[in-house]
Design a protein around this ligand. Structure first.
Ligand code: SF4
Length: 284
């Protein structure tokens, strides 16, 4: 039986960097300051549990800053609004910034273009923390567009110059489509494609492997939206697709019928979970 593991399975560059930052802080901890992350560092409950055992807790919003006055706060790869840094400063909180550089680049664009008088349009999900963070760097008018209908109904001052950016994980085809709809309205438009290709590469590799596999295993937290998306892609090509969290979830699963098992994993799946599954499947 052939076992194919996607090269792009697991942490992307930005998540790796954020995890390294947390490990570094745990290593440097001298017991005087407690470590917090702003939201879960990644969408993986196993990792979050492990970090909690090592003394790393989560704060969900700036409302909790009084409680963590003077402590250490790690900003995850999604980034946060400028107001979060400002408020952390007010509370004497030491910020360790693990915002992915690709996301920081969008913050810079949004801030600068706002100062230059552009109307910023962010193609993305307004409720996603990354987009909330990007909106929080706007220094002028800003609109978030997440659906075809929102693109069609978008309007602003006729003389506005539009700067369109994207959430890093947005689907490239939909981005292009929404941009075309908005451009047809005749505004002066500058489009900056800020989609990160880590997601696209992971998705296209999953599609390619699942097309040839008899069984497909997708490893990742059930709450992780990028893992769910991967599972959907694989399921559309391979009906025997299993979305699992750890190797334990494979107990009782028939992986022997067939000649090829494919494995991939979401952006928030740690490498050791992937390796455990790989060893198990190879053992069969
Ligand atoms: Fe950074 Fe891309 Fe990973 Fe997002 S998906 S954290 S932008 S590397």
């Amino acid at each position: 039986m052939e076992v194919r593991l996607a090269e792009s399975a697991g942490f992307c560059f930005g998540v790796n960097r954020a995890m390294d930052k947390v490990s570094e802080q745990i290593r440097k901890a001298d017991g005087n300051k407690k470590i917090y992350t702003y939201g879960p560092i990644i969408h993986n409950s196993e990792v979050v549990r492990d970090l909690k055992e090592k003394g790393v807790d989560i704060v969900e919003s700036t409302d909790e800053f009084e409680k963590i006055r003077g402590q250490i706060l790690i900003i995850r790869s999604h980034g946060v609004a400028k107001a979060v840094y400002d408020k952390a400063k007010d509370y004497g909180i030491t910020v360790e910034d693990a915002t992915c550089p690709f996301v920081s680049k969008i913050h810079d664009i949004v801030r600068k273009r706002g100062e230059e008088g552009w109307h910023v349009v962010i193609i993305g999900d307004a409720t996603h923390p990354e987009v909330e963070g990007i909106v929080g760097w706007a220094t002028g008018p800003v609109t978030v567009v997440n659906t075809e209908e929102e693109a069609e109904t978008f309007s602003c001052n006729n003389n506005a110059k539009l700067c369109i950016v994207s959430q890093t994980t947005f689907n490239a085809q939909r981005f292009k489509h929404f941009v075309e709809i908005i451009k047809e309205k005749g505004y002066y438009t500058d489009v900056i494609n800020t989609i990160c290709n880590a997601t696209a590469v992971r998705q296209s590799e999953a599609a390619e492997i699942s097309m040839h596999a008899d069984k497909m295993i997708v490893i990742g937290d059930p709450q992780s939206s990028n893992t769910k998306k991967l599972a959907d892609i694989c399921r559309s090509n391979c009906k025997d697709t299993y979305h699992i969290q750890t190797v334990r979830d494979l107990t009782g699963t028939d992986l022997q019928s067939g000649t090829c098992v494919g494995i991939t994993a979401g952006a928030s799946t740690p490498n050791h979970l992937i390796q455990e599954v790989l060893l198990y499947v190879r053992g069969i």
